[in-house]
Ligand binder design. Structure first.
Ligand code: GTP
Ligand code: MG
Length: 357
């Protein structure tokens, strides 16, 4: 049903883009009920219309009861997904009752659209932008990675990072079970590479847990050797590289660790590298969003920009009770491998996923 609707919107949109210039894309979300479908729909919009479309998106939060509006700010603070969605659209939103018959809200919406138009130097989304995005999308779909993914249909996750950053715990979260030893220690817990396979929402995955940089017992050289062997081993298959960073501080040590990771991976793996933040639960306890955490430190903000916002947050304390791993997989398959919705997540309608938080 949803997909039919999406296709209809797409066809209408194509006609519109061909014949007109579009000032604004209004993305309606039911206030307080951000669904996986909503998140995917924005990704879909971005994929079909290209990244430039985000400059023209205005989120319209619809509500049934007036008092729901009062919870919006609270919701924004509490819900990192909502924050991320809003951030992607330049923080532009308007609230509006479900019937859309409140004149003052409609006036505000028009003012905001006018403001957006001026912000975009009176430029609209054009057919030319759409054509460029279509070419890019087709290239992606027929790219090497896509074929690679089609034939192997499994993904290797390689966890990298500083000691005690939460690599093993993240491996457990991905596989949805406790297979890697993860514990608090002043020393390094993982000494050798450990490989475990499983599935994420039915999709076959293999997870490589690795000993961390700044190891308490192994030398840098020993670590490098072990990691290089991992890279050689999974070089032939589709991989996602996950430098793991604790979302509680970002110091010189983390910067140096990222430099070492980048040196190890080299430029060729950049597109498939996703920064994985752990301790999402602690951010939540502090009423802080991941965006606030990232933007707090200049070096971290720069790093995330370098990775073109390819990051994800885990709360490793909800092992087996969240769909965090599924969301990460969907993001990676879409952005790093250009896999279409049908391929990556026909099974991801959220019905079989447990609550994230
Ligand atoms: N609160 C919280 N604690 C976490 C999270 N992820 C990991 N931890 C804790 O951080 C500590 C270290 O986790 P590990 O998974 O062993 O970290 P590691 O990077 O594998 O550590 P080494 O093997 O020593 O390099 C453990 O006490 C975990 O419970 C998280 O998302 N939230
Ligand atoms: Mg470990």
């Amino acid at each position: 049903m949803r997909r039919n609707f999406t296709w209809t919107v797409w066809i209408i949109s194509l006609e519109l883009v061909n014949e007109n210039e579009i000032n604004v894309f209004i993305f309606a979300v039911r206030l307080g009920q951000l669904t996986n479908d909503d998140k995917m729909s924005l990704e879909w919009l971005q994929r079909v219309f290209g990244d430039k479309v985000l400059k023209f998106v205005m989120i319209l939060f619809t509500y049934e009861r007036e008092d729901e509006c009062n919870t919006l700010k609270y919701n924004l603070k509490k819900n990192p997904d909502l924050q991320q969605l809003l951030e992607k659209c330049g923080g532009r939103y308007q609230t509006c009752n479900k019937m859309m018959n409140n004149r003052s809200e409609m006036r505000d919406l028009m003012k905001k659209i006018e403001h957006l138009f001026n912000e975009n130097q009176q430029q609209c989304y054009t057919g030319e932008m759409f054509n460029t995005a279509s070419i890019r999308r087709k290239e992606l779909e027929s790219s090497e990675h896509h074929c690679e993914m089609e034939s192997n249909a499994q993904l290797n996750f390689i966890l990298l990072g500083k000691k005690q950053s939460g690599k093993s715990a993240s491996g457990n979260t991905i596989l949805g079970r406790k297979v890697f030893l993860s514990k608090k220690s002043s020393k390094s817990v993982t000494w050798d590479v450990d490989v475990k396979s499983g599935t994420v929402d039915g999709f076959p995955v293999t997870v490589y847990d690795t000993p961390g940089f700044c190891h308490s017992e192994l030398t840098e050289e020993e670590i490098q050797q072990k990691l290089k062997k991992v890279l050689q081993k999974c070089d032939s298959g589709p991989c996602a590289f996950l430098p793991v960073i604790k979302a509680d501080s970002f110091t010189e040590e983390e910067i140096r660790t990222m430099e070492k990771t980048e040196k190890l991976l080299g430029e060729k793996h950049l597109e498939k590298t996703w920064i994985l933040f752990t301790r999402g639960d602690e951010l939540q306890d502090e009423n802080m969003t991941i965006n606030e955490f990232i933007n707090e430190t200049k070096a971290l903000k720069k790093l995330v920009q370098k990775y073109d916002q390819r990051y994800h947050v885990f709360n490793n304390k909800t092992l087996g009770h969240s769909d965090q791993a599924r969301l990460l997989l969907v993001k990676i398959l879409r952005r790093s491998f250009g896999i279409k919705e049908d391929r990556s997540s026909a099974e991801t309608d959220g019905s079989n996923s447990k609550s994230t938080k």
